[in-house]
Write a protein that binds this ligand. Structure first.
Ligand code: PXL
Length: 277
């Protein structure tokens, strides 16, 4: 069985970060080790939340893993709490990188043209540095605009996205994937770029007129799970896009739907069908 390590916060209620990554990747038949970087009562889109920072725990935990000679087929980072945590993750990635494994960074920090409340431009620059240590990065367009110093646009063409992907690749990762990309009204998807083979890949679904929190985490988690099931990055992008769309679809029609996150749980059987051999 493949084993991955995912490093991000636990928001106790909120359906994001570890409470999404752990169930999704485990359900895909992959052992999912975690390092919680902070414990929050809820994610930061709630009005008030508690937060206990766990920065001091990260290196003691990874040192223990090293003593036990525990290795990982993938390392996947998401929402982090501070510049100091990004520095620590750079070291963790270097310590656990092998010629066989894959490092996936989701530079969670912004959406809809704006940084999340906890972050500033210095944080975005630092996150661009962490992306240099990744094999694959999966930002949304807002996050990419902060890391590449490109203007954030809501209306754009294929040239804008391709330029952004080339600039993202210049940060260092082999594969860069932009989420939330739409070239045609009524559609939405993702576009990836393989720097080594100079190849673009675009995949889109029907646009669903709703926007929910945590969809980026759902995309990244199902992407990592699909890679760990032996599929290539294009197939993983496609599965992640289809699963994310299905979660949104279910949430829109769910009379008991909760505003703070999507119904990813009841779409897990659908996800498993997408990766069935
Ligand atoms: O879904 C990303 C995310 C993860 N964790 C926390 C967040 C957010 C987005 O706002 O606040 C704590």
């Amino acid at each position: 069985m493949k084993r991955i390590l995912t490093i991000q916060d636990i928001s106790c209620v909120g359906k994001c970060s570890l409470t999404v990554a752990l169930p999704i990747i485990s359900a895909m038949g992959v052992e999912t080790a975690i390092i919680p970087t902070a414990v929050l009562s809820t994610h930061t889109m709630f009005k008030n939340f508690t937060c206990k920072d766990l920065t001091d725990e990260i290196l003691p935990i990874t040192n223990h893993f090293q003593q036990e000679k525990i290795t990982f087929d993938a390392l996947y980072s998401g929402y982090l709490g501070s510049i100091e945590q990004i520095d620590i993750l750079t070291k963790v990635f270097d310590d656990f990188k092998t010629s066989q494994n894959v490092i996936v960074v989701d530079p969670v920090m912004a959406d809809n043209g704006k940084l999340y409340p906890a972050f500033d431009k210095a944080y975005a620059k630092k996150m661009a540095g962490l992306c240099a240590h990744a094999d694959i990065i999966v930002p949304n367009i807002t996050e990419a605009s902060f890391m590449t110093d490109m203007e954030y646009k809501e209306a754009y063409d294929e040239d804008y996205i391709k330029t952004m992907l080339r600039k993202l690749s210049a940060l260092g990762a082999k594969i860069s994937i932009l989420t939330g990309v739409s070239f045609k009204e009524g559609t939405i998807g993702a576009m990836g770029y393989d720097r080594i083979n100079d190849k673009f890949y675009h995949y889109a679904n029907e646009y669903l007129p709703a926007s929910y929190h945590g969809t980026g985490d759902i995309f990244a988690s199902s992407f990592v799970g699909t890679l760990m099931n032996g599929f290539d990055w294009q197939k993983a992008l496609q599965v992640a896009a289809d699963y994310t769309a299905e979660c949104i679809r279910l949430t829109m029609t769910d009379k008991e739907g909760r505003w703070y996150g999507v119904n990813f749980e009841e779409a897990i059987p659908y996800l498993l069908k997408l990766i069935a051999r």
